[in-house]
Write a protein that binds this ligand. Structure first.
Ligand code: HEC
Ligand code: HEC
Length: 288
């Protein structure tokens, strides 16, 4: 119930610098006590008007429901595929629980990650969406750890586990084969599933499979986020075969000519992890 004049004063006082300036010049502009009063009672600005500033990361977090994330991830896949589905499942729920600034995030931006990025089948799109969502809620150094844990889980886990209620499948209601990707790559994940199921990569069944994988990834991400934000997160993922290779090829070692945590043996099938002596001999022979 303040008057027009007060309103514009409040607007003026929104900036702390201006308020301090006003305090410094004191009663020549307004009475000092009144200024302080006005600052204290300034209503929180509307979440976003034409002057709004999008806050930088991290945004606040609220404990999320993994079961809901599954349903939302699955439904999101139906709308705009895996990357959007996983992102929307997390950011949408944070929007419901925390509100602004999550309500300002245009989740469609993750649409590009479907099919592992523009049809290239690189990083699994569900991981692209989930990793992006993780980055909204914590500092980058922490996000890297949680993302790494998620990717490690993805490599080793047999999925899809999620199954929609009877008669509610998006594309395919038949038997759903599970498979282990062994890799965070869409290419490997999909093709290993095709191998396990005997079904085609462009079939409705594969699309259904990826919708369910999106649900699983969204739920796992929520589990990791809840752990992180309640201080119970522990990075446990380890790949000893990668560590073996990195003793020479990795950071700080003699060759330092590669990087990463993807399973080396999966692609470099000519290198036998149990026979590195042979590998080194052969590599040196090649050089001679
Ligand atoms: C003890 C050190 C050492 C370890 C451990 C090691 N490598 Fe190597 N690797 C070498 C050397 C030395 C070369 C030759 C480098 C050159 O020619 O510049 C090489 C070359 C390679 C090459 C290129 C030549 C080729 O054979 O295709 C690949 C790929 C490779 N290593 C993969 C691996 C993988 C995968 C592992 C783990 C299973 C591994 N390395 C473990 C020392 C090592
Ligand atoms: C998704 C498949 C894939 C994975 C996983 C992978 N690599 Fe490679 N790597 C490649 C390809 C493809 C090349 C390029 C080979 C070429 O052009 O001859 C390459 C190149 C290399 C080279 C240089 C080869 C050369 O001819 O000198 C090394 C060394 C190497 N990788 C080591 C590793 C190690 C160690 C790991 C595990 C951390 C790893 N790679 C994981 C696919 C992979």
């Amino acid at each position: 119930m303040y008057e027009e004049k007060d309103l514009s004063r409040r607007k003026f006082l929104k900036s702390g610098i201006l308020a301090a300036g006003a305090l410094a010049v004191g009663s020549s502009i307004f009475n000092t006590t009144k200024v302080v009063e006005a600052v204290e009672t300034t209503p929180t600005p509307a979440p976003c008007d034409s002057n709004c500033e999008i806050p930088s990361f991290p945004y606040p977090y609220a404990h999320l429901d993994a079961e809901k994330a599954k349903l939302d991830g699955y439904a999101g896949y139906g709308k705009s595929k895996c990357s959007y589905g996983a992102f929307e499942a997390i950011i949408g729920q944070l929007g419901d629980k925390v509100g602004y600034p999550y309500t300002m995030v245009p989740t469609q931006v993750l649409g590009w990650g479907g099919t592992g990025g523009g049809g290239w089948a690189t990083l699994c799109g569900a991981l692209i969406g989930a990793a992006t969502a993780i980055n909204y809620t914590m500092e980058k150094k922490d996000a890297d750890k949680v993302v790494s844990e998620l990717f490690g889980w993805y490599c080793d886990h047999s999925f899809p586990e999620f199954a929609p209620a009877a008669g509610k499948a998006l594309e395919y209601d038949g038997v759903m084969e599970k498979s282990v990707a062994g890799s965070p790559l869409c290419h490997v994940s999909v093709s290993n599933w095709c191998d396990a199921s005997g079904l085609k990569a462009e079939s409705k069944a594969r699309s259904e499979r990826c919708a369910r994988v999106t649900a699983d990834v969204a739920a796992k991400t929520v589990e990791l986020l809840n752990q992180f934000h309640s201080k119970t997160f522990k990075a446990v993922y380890k790949n000893e075969s990668v560590e073996d290779c990195m003793m020479c090829h990795g950071k700080g070692h003699s060759l330092e000519n590669t990087r990463g945590l993807m399973d080396c043996d999966q692609c470099h099938t000519n290198v036998e992890p149990d026979n590195l002596v042979e590998h080194i001999k052969r590599s040196w022979d090649i050089k001679d």
